[in-house]
Design a protein around this ligand. Sequence first.
Ligand SMILES: [Zn+2]
Length: 252
Amino acid sequence: MKFNKKQIERYSRQIILKKIGVLGQKKLMKSSVLIVGAGGLGSPISIYLAALGLGKIGIIDNDNVEISNLSRQIVFDTNDINKNKSLAAVNKLKKINPDIKLQSFDRRLTKHTIHEIGKHFDLIVDGSDNFKTRFLVNDYCLKRKKILISGAISKFEGQVYTFNFSKKKSPCLRCFVPKMPPNPDVDNCEFEGVLGTIGGLIGSIQANEVVKEILNIGDTLCGNILIIDALKLTFRKVKLNKRSDCLCNEKK
Ligand SMILES: [Zn+2]
């Protein structure tokens, strides 16, 4: 794989970073990521990953853009109202970086669709807004030993967790949330509210963790949960232990 002149210019500020360089940039350009949910988290995740030259990005979301999404879902604009989110997001990302491969999936996330679509991607980023989807994505990544970078936002707070299921010691979402909470379909942001910038904070960290996991640089968040309180402006990293009676500990 050779860079053309435009690519060298476009990614020059990353290529000069010693921890990335030509090889790192090429690795990013050969990698693929599936983003689950084009919402408050999926917006910044997809914008940053597209801009920094991640080779193939897939976005799965079967919802349509609503006016109440626009305060935080920055990949959309007013003209996108009533359009399918995955399609509208991909159209916007094409303008940001025509150099990368983009795929939209206007599909509801089920056990079947995540298995069918997920296998074409190296790494999964969960930006969904409900526990039902988060559990489905967790169980899929656990089964297929994929890296999962998950995020959640509500009110003025957010969390990021990385699970690297190729490592035996990695806990999973179920270690942290053993039982499906009541109303697992419910989008918390709809009932509890969320400040627009919280998606930016958490989504940017998720995109940052994607780059670190692909390039194997820095300290992985795997095995920890990062909890951000934007009002107090505190960032807490808490160790997440693998539960002995969890699904992730069962012999397959
Ligand atoms: Zn577990």
